[in-house]
Design a binder for this molecule. Structure first.
Ligand SMILES: Cc1cc2nc3c(=O)[nH]c(=O)nc-3n(C[C@H](O)[C@H](O)[C@H](O)COP(=O)(O)O)c2cc1C
Length: 315
């Protein structure tokens, strides 16, 4: 198999990515800064920062704090809103040297559907991810991704307005992810992304107060990887739609953990801040593993740990 062409393509609904390595939302913009130092086009896709209907200033500072093995952030969905996005950012998307996944955040079902509809059909955009970790103002602030019915309502409403594949992004702060993922699939989701940041906080001991102005934040980076891998494992045993796995990926080996647990593709967020070549290393690690196992298609790696476990269990 050494030297034989490898098939790195993966399918997310009707969309095909050239490889399974994706830049995670909120960590890469459209890759324009990174393009000055690395080949952004090696990513199979870049997920944009989540866009809301109205402009948002985000939370007060400080809103980012490094922790052991991770990063705590409470950016608070800072962004210019959909009108600015359509006028100034959307026309630039055809220059992105790989596929683009748009991301929508909202505080009501109607907001998600409206913003997603405006993103459908933009140049280079091949799918729409939904950041459903926001409070639902129509349901007493309960997080969409924490409640199967709220999530299903968002996914259903977006699906009825867009043609592109729809990918809700699930969060780990729930008692059981499986019924939530099942509700997403039943409502028509073409794939699910997981996981979003894990809720956490740091206390500034010298000043005896929370370190972040927002008090709590989302923990990302390698500290959350085992949580994320387990989430993928559980959801892969529940749904039949593809999973985009993320949370602390820094190496090819990390990416393989997610694929073997059941993800079809992986996304990298925090690691980009430290190592702008992380996507190239992850991709190389996946390619090496394919060669080592004499497997031609990356799609064959998905769920490999599940198959191995099933075989071991049958003896
Ligand atoms: C600074 C920062 C901003 C983020 N913004 C968003 C966002 O706007 N929308 C979203 O869905 N996820 C957002 N995320 C979450 C990431 O996309 C990803 O799910 C999470 O960071 C886990 O992956 P990682 O450990 O590789 O960073 C953000 C993460 C960070 C660190």
């Amino acid at each position: 198999m050494t030297g034989a062409p490898l098939d790195l393509r993966v399918k997310i609904g009707a969309a095909t990515l050239k490889n399974p390595v994706i830049a995670a939302s909120g960590c890469y913009n459209r890759g324009e800064e990174y393009a000055q130092i690395v080949d952004v086009g090696r990513y199979g896709a870049i997920t944009l920062k989540s866009v809301t209907r109205s402009p948002r200033l985000g939370n007060d500072m400080p809103r980012v704090f490094p922790t052991p093995g991770g990063l705590l952030n409470a950016i608070g969905l800072q962004g210019p809103g959909i009108d600015h996005f359509l006028a100034h950012i959307a026309p630039e998307l055809s220059k992105v040297p790989t596929a683009v996944i748009a991301s929508v955040a909202g505080f009501s079902v109607a907001e998600f559907a409206e913003v997603a509809a405006l993103m459908d059909g933009l140049p280079n955009v091949i799918a729409i991810e939904l950041d459903v970790s926001c409070p639902n103002v129509d349901r007493e602030g309960q997080c969409f991704a924490a409640d199967a019915a709220s999530l299903a309502a968002v996914v259903g409403a977006v699906k009825s307005r867009v043609k592109l594949p729809v990918i809700p992004k699930l969060m780990p702060n729930v008692a059981d992810l499986r019924p939530i993922a099942q509700a997403a699939q039943d409502a028509g989701a073409d794939a699910v992304s997981l996981i979003n940041a894990v809720r956490g906080m740091v206390v500034d001991v010298a000043n005896a107060r929370p370190m972040l102005a927002n008090v709590s934040g989302g923990l990302t980076g390698p500290a959350i990887r085992p949580i994320a891998v387990h989430a993928v494992w559980e959801v892969a045993g529940t749904v039949s739609i593809p999973i985009i796995g993320m949370g602390g990926i820094e190496t090819g080996n990390d990416a393989l953990e997610f694929l073997f647990a059941g993800a079809s593709a992986i996304a990298i967020g925090t690691a980009n801040f430290r190592d702008p070549l992380v996507h190239v290393r992850a991709l190389q690690g996946i390619e090496e593993e394919l060669r080592r196992r004499s497997v031609a298609s990356v799609r064959e790696l998905t769920g490999m740990a599940r198959t191995t476990q099933a075989k071991a269990g049958s003896h």
